[in-house]
Design a protein around this ligand. Structure first.
Ligand code: ATP
Length: 260
């Protein structure tokens, strides 16, 4: 098997301030391979954001190692390899005077620096990602005029314009209606076909298990990491143990939903 696109080895993290210490992650080991779509799930306060901040280099590693494409994060500079779409992307556009093209091209500043001019290859790449996300027709539109689902695609395109090996998405379907949630998963499916590795943080476990290849369940420890089929077969007792309250996966209308 190929070596993992990213690998977490014995990651632990504790928040410390003058008053208290809060353990957030304990001994996390996780390997993700090229083209995998992994859903990272867990209850509130289970360490998902902390883990993402460590992967994105926003928080400094305290113990353990993270490798991206075989390179240790401790001396990692190739941040254009890691695309990130935050939960807040949807609210970003309100009143922001920029076109879709400008927002997507701004994703290149990670690689090119703030004041570099864009060249022919940049515009070719822009057209490619807009087409991949079916938003070519919105190219010259002002971002503030887009719907939530369209805005979300623009920010995915912005993350993809650097050709990242990994795309990290933090709660991307919050505030998006059912139709756009479906379209969103269609987009992820297309990205997967292009061998983009996806790490999706979500509370929406009922929907995501039908789309992701693998599910990783966090609650300070990594309680489970396996295929979506293995996750669906977890018993009520195991799920409730991870979440800390009674929980089961139920099916209706061919979709699975998560209920207390
Ligand atoms: N800056 C911080 N200072 C101190 N403790 C923190 C800080 N950020 C998070 N924590 C604590 O670390 C633990 C993990 O938090 P984290 O935000 O990673 O969880 P999460 O799974 O992303 O939660 P949610 O689903 O609610 O967004 C929690 O106990 C939280 O209170």
């Amino acid at each position: 098997m190929e070596h993992p696109i990213f690998e977490l080895n014995n990651i632990s993290y504790i928040y410390r301030d003058k008053m208290e210490t809060t353990p957030a992650l304990k001994d996390i080991n996780l390997s993700v391979h090229k083209g995998d779509f992994v859903a990272l799930v867990g209850p509130n306060g289970s360490g998902k954001t902390t883990l993402i901040k460590l992967i994105l280099g926003v928080l400094k590693l305290q113990s353990g190692e993270i490798y991206i494409n075989g390179n240790s994060l401790r001396n990692f500079h190739a941040w254009q390899e890691v695309g990130y779409v935050s939960q807040k992307s949807n609210s970003f556009s309100k009143g922001f005077p920029a076109t879709v093209s400008e927002v997507v091209l701004s994703g290149l500043t990670k690689a090119k620096g703030l004041f570099r001019r864009f060249g022919r290859e940049d515009y070719r790449k822009l057209d490619e990602v807009l087409s991949l996300l079916n938003i070519s027709h919105l190219k010259n539109k002002n971002i503030s005029l887009l719907s939530g689902g369209q805005t979300q695609r623009v920010f995915i395109a912005r993350a993809l314009i650097n050709n990242p090996s990994i795309l990290v998405l933090d709660e991307p379907t919050v505030g998006i209606d059912a139709k756009h949630v479906k379209e969103f998963y269609d987009v992820l499916f297309r990205l997967k076909e292009q061998s983009v590795t996806i790490l999706l943080v979500t509370h929406d476990i009922g929907v995501v298990v039908d789309h992701a290849d693998e599910v990783a369940c966090l609650n300070e420890h990594l309680h489970f990491h396996g295929t979506n089929h293995e996750f669906k077969n977890l018993g009520e007792a195991e799920l409730s143990k991870i979440y800390g309250f009674p929980l089961q996966l139920v099916s209706h209308d061919h979709e699975r939903a998560c209920c207390e």
